[in-house]
Design a protein around this ligand. Structure first.
Ligand code: KG4
Ligand code: ZN
Length: 380
């Protein structure tokens, strides 16, 4: 089966074509096109919804066209019946203007081509990036076989960790997802981005903060590990952001810690005093350590409580190698019989291949007349 996926929930305009055979095999990506308005948002240090939607309107047709061309299906967006079997589209959660662009385009194509339309929850999409060839799949040390093309086994704990979400879910089977807990305020990626901005780093800052943390000392500054001891699966990162803000303001008052020639970063708020490089590295290491400690602790506890066979990561922050390595370490340390699956890095962040894949494994067709975006969509 060939599926066209469309994703426009935030600042990306993405289209992808996948080939799927059976539910016991991962899918193959034939094309995966992403156009982003990130450079506009880097100038303002955050996403401006109207700018994102306007850019998506410009790019949605060229991006779908390119996805069909690159997949070499022998047809084009102009053909009445391109060589696809279904269209999967993100209908929430996300920004309403952005979602409308993808959903209305998918509806139009479904009508014009007479192809089935599959609505996809963006959060499911992040988890289903683990069903695309070939994730970083680490078998438990107790496993008897080496098999890099297996699909994750149920039950599984899913950790969706991105700029907009931090959720822990229990996946009992395809389409049977139970929400266990999530952030009560900021998402983990949002904490990285906002603290990065205080440090004068460009938006989004998560990836750069991970690089800087490699040269930093996580013990120089000890930041709070919010809710690490609570007996639930919830998170809270706004207190961490406040603690970082207080510490950065205090350090900026020490002239010996301030860089002689502040570098003009596009993402830095005007008037920010830039700290010296080593202090920035140490703060990045301390913040990353605080976030990872909490996330790893709760993910492992959820996995033990529900006696799962796999842990699946998804979302932009899942691209953080230190996070993956720490979860893998804990699994080994506790001798848990659990596999860990992390999507290929470029499939951790928003893309349409994961939407097409989620559509295949949760195939539920709707009429184009009945589909409207739901910006507040969560887990059922
Ligand atoms: O999934 P995504 O593309 O968009 C949302 O649905 O939010 O995730 C983007 C988020 C940003 O907050 C970015 O800073 C973060 O993922 N991110 C990282 C890393 N790479 C991206 N955070 C920490 N470490 C990384 N290596
Ligand atoms: Zn996302």
């Amino acid at each position: 089966m060939i599926i066209l996926g469309i994703e426009t929930s935030c600042d990306e305009t993405a289209a992808a074509i996948i080939r799927a055979t059976t539910k016991t095999k991962p899918v193959t990506v034939l094309s995966n096109i992403i156009s982003t308005s990130l450079e506009f948002h880097a100038q303002t240090g955050g996403i401006i919804p109207e700018v994102a939607a306007r850019e998506q309107l410009k790019f949605i047709i060229p991006v779908i066209d390119q996805a069909i061309n690159e997949a070499q299906l022998g047809s084009s967006i102009q053909d009445l019946r391109p060589g696809i079997d279904a269209i999967a589209v993100t209908y929430g959660p996300g920004l309403i203007g952005s979602l409308l662009v993808g959903v209305e385009t998918a509806k139009s194509l479904s009508y014009a081509w007479n192809k089935p339309l599959i609505p996809v929850n963006h959060l499911y999409g992040h988890l289903y990036a683990n069903w695309i060839e070939t994730p970083d799949y680490r078998l438990p040390t107790t496993a008897q076989t080496e098999n890099s093309t297996v699909v994750p086994l149920f039950p599984a704990i899913g950790l969706i960790i991105s700029g907009g979400h931090t959720d822990l879910v229990l996946m009992k089977d395809h389409g049977h997802i139970e929400w266990l807990g999530g952030t009560r305020d900021d998402a983990a990626g949002e904490a990285f981005d906002k603290i990065g901005r205080m440090l004068g780093l460009p938006y989004p800052s998560g990836h750069l903060m991970e690089q800087k943390a490699k040269h930093g000392d996580p013990k120089r500054f000890t930041f709070p590990r919010p809710m690490i001891g609570t007996n639930d699966f919830d998170f809270s990162f706004s207190g961490l952001k406040a603690a970082a803000s207080r510490e950065i303001t205090r350090l900026q008052g020490h002239s010996e810690l301030v860089s002689e020639s502040p570098k003009g970063n596009s993402g830095s708020p005007s008037g920010t005093t830039r700290l010296d490089d080593q202090t920035i590295n140490d703060i990045c290491a301390g913040i990353q350590e605080a976030i990872i400690r909490v996330v790893v602790k709760k993910t492992i506890r959820a996995a033990e409580k529900h006696q799962v066979k796999s842990i699946l990561l998804g979302g932009g922050v899942a691209a953080n190698q230190t996070l993956t390595d720490r979860i893998a370490f804990e699994i080994g340390n506790l001798k848990l019989d659990i596999a860990l699956s992390v999507p290929t890095k470029h499939l951790c962040t928003d893309n349409a291949a994961m939407i097409a894949t989620a559509g295949f494994y949760n195939y539920k067709e709707v009429s184009w007349k009945d589909l409207t975006p739901n910006p507040e969509l969560h887990f059922d």
